[in-house]
Design a binder for this molecule. Sequence first.
Ligand code: NAD
Length: 440
Amino acid sequence: MTSKPISQTNIPAAPASARSMAPEYDFFKVVQGYLDQAAKVINLEPYVATILSQPKNEIIVNFPVKMDNGEVRLFKGYRVQHNNLLGPFKGGIRYAQMVTLDEVKALATMMTWKGSLMGLPYGGGKGGIKFDPRGVTKGELQRITRRFTHALGENIGPEYDIPAPDMGTNSQTMAWMMDTYSNMVGSNQKQSVKGVVTGKPVASGGTLGRTKATGQGMVHCLTEWARDKGFNLEGSTMIVQGFGNVGSHFAVLLAKLGVSTIAVGDHAGYLYNPEGFNAHKLQDYVLQNGSIGGYPGGKAITREEFWAMKADICAPSALENQIGEAEARVIQAKVIVEGANGPTTPEGEKILLDRNIDILPDVLANSGGVTVSYYEWVQNKRSETWTLEEVDEKLERAMKRVYKNVDDFARQRKVDRRIASYALALARIESVYKEREIFP
Ligand code: NAD
């Protein structure tokens, strides 16, 4: 095949980013809609639905940072704390130009469902800063992160609210956050606050297995799905949107099971390789270059061609609002594995389900990340270091157990897996509200 590298100039038009920023898409409303549907299925106490319909706290901070050229820029940061009935608020920090309060509210709410569904002692939270992390230097990125952490102050803490990486952030970001926080609490507490963030580098108190955890959890869901359906993963094909932490690890892990990634896309464009990409090499390339742009091993295609590509598995692993009606009509996969949060719109979902395309929904499929974050937090609390095998085994057991719970519920109650996941998450939260009742 002829391989034509993509570059900044021949990248297909920008419909992906334009669509994802479309003002008419109200992500928080979408999440609330699923809550309402699941509440009906389990006859959720109306007062529980009322409490969960809005986050407990919505924190907005504006903070100044001196840029390399001496200019002072004001940044807007968010931390939304949705619910902490089951445990501390827990959820990632997103750095992106498109970050809005409503987006963070939606993501924080979903974290409450994930913690509950996975049986973790966590509530839900999410944060973000509205800026393009690719447009600043490493030094600026560090100062932005430290100043944001300082601005959040006591609104985060290892027993109160525990951030982690999300889009645009990584283990380095977490190392800076932890270091800043530990310098804020005073030297006699420095060692005991490592658990203020998870997703840290291993040497700084992170856990083995966290970097790949979200992709690994998706693999467990997919292998369970394949076993139930009698589908042979070996020799099958996949398309993946987003080749950052989630998408790239999913592709690398699936390659070991004989799944060939034949099309990839990210903010820089889309690439096709009918023989399958070398997922390892592409992952390394993206780590070095920041995107798939310019990678020599594939042919540039448009976003429309990407979604219409014939492949068995489709893994949206970038951002929300990507599979709408148009995409859902042309997708040819047998199963959608949602690595991203909210990649499928309700309209897209209806079309996919009508076309008998299975969906492994975000709150189930990508919850390996928060699960291994929990393992990291436990290790920090106990001053322990678990082996990769221990982490992997625990995650596998957790994902397979919850996958089965969701699948059984969906079958028995004749609902889709998303509503089943929400329903199971809500039922656990409801039982605790019923026991503890409402203060005062
Ligand atoms: P990342 O920053 O490592 O990667 C994001 C990817 O999305 C990049 O490849 C980027 O180029 C791509 N992207 C950004 N804008 C795009 C656009 N307009 N069109 C196409 N591609 C675009 O982030 P990540 O941690 O891999 O997170 C990806 C998704 O997974 C997010 O929705 C996040 O909330 C979700 N998620 C992440 C974790 C985690 O542990 N990191 C856990 C659960 C869910």
